[in-house]
Design a protein around this ligand. Sequence first.
Ligand code: DX5
Ligand code: ZN
Length: 216
Amino acid sequence: MKHLIAPSLLSADFMHLQEEVEMINNSDADWLHLDIMDGVFVPNISFGFPVLEALKPICKKPMDVHLMIVEPQKFVREIAAIGAYMMNVHYEASTHLHRTVAAIKETGMKAAVTLNPHTPVCLLEDIIQDVDMVLLMSVNPGFGGQRFIEHTVEKTVRLKEMITRKGLNTLIEIDGGVNMETGKRLLDAGADVLVAGSFVFKSPDPLQTIRDLKEL
Ligand code: DX5
Ligand code: ZN
């Protein structure tokens, strides 16, 4: 399968959100990655449901919603209502992850579990068969534009090994510090989906940058 590119709206120009989403609509991007933060699970607050509601009628790409919040299970219905394609919940924020994953899938959305940089992939041994995707954080979540944590490459290899050993087709998505150089190494390590925030939105030609990432 050709890899997928999911630009993260967190680095977009919020004064011109409609134009930014329309740029993504007209690009080679596969998904639009949306980062929800609560100021508790991560030391920052981004945007929430009113913004997602506003984007819903104009966004033509599948929405990949990344919840960096405590108790993500409380918002399954709201995320489904905005028409999200994928709902990512953090392993570290989910006491009853199996139940949350089932609730997400019951709505028709795809379910993904997200790991912080310090959380080992071996903890997925008894849940990976139930999720559609694993999202590995390659920065500590909370902010765009941070430096890529090198260890993620090796972690991606180990996750890919687990998926292959179990005969699954779970997708691997990587989020944080993705550019042409880190992106190439992540794809070689087994990644399927690359999230890119600042590398896309702060580039002089975001459409071309997305095309370049797609051609990696
Ligand atoms: C970080 C977010 C990321 C962020 C990535 O907490 O989850 O999606 O937008 O930004 P870059 O690509 O700039 O590291
Ligand atoms: Zn994210």
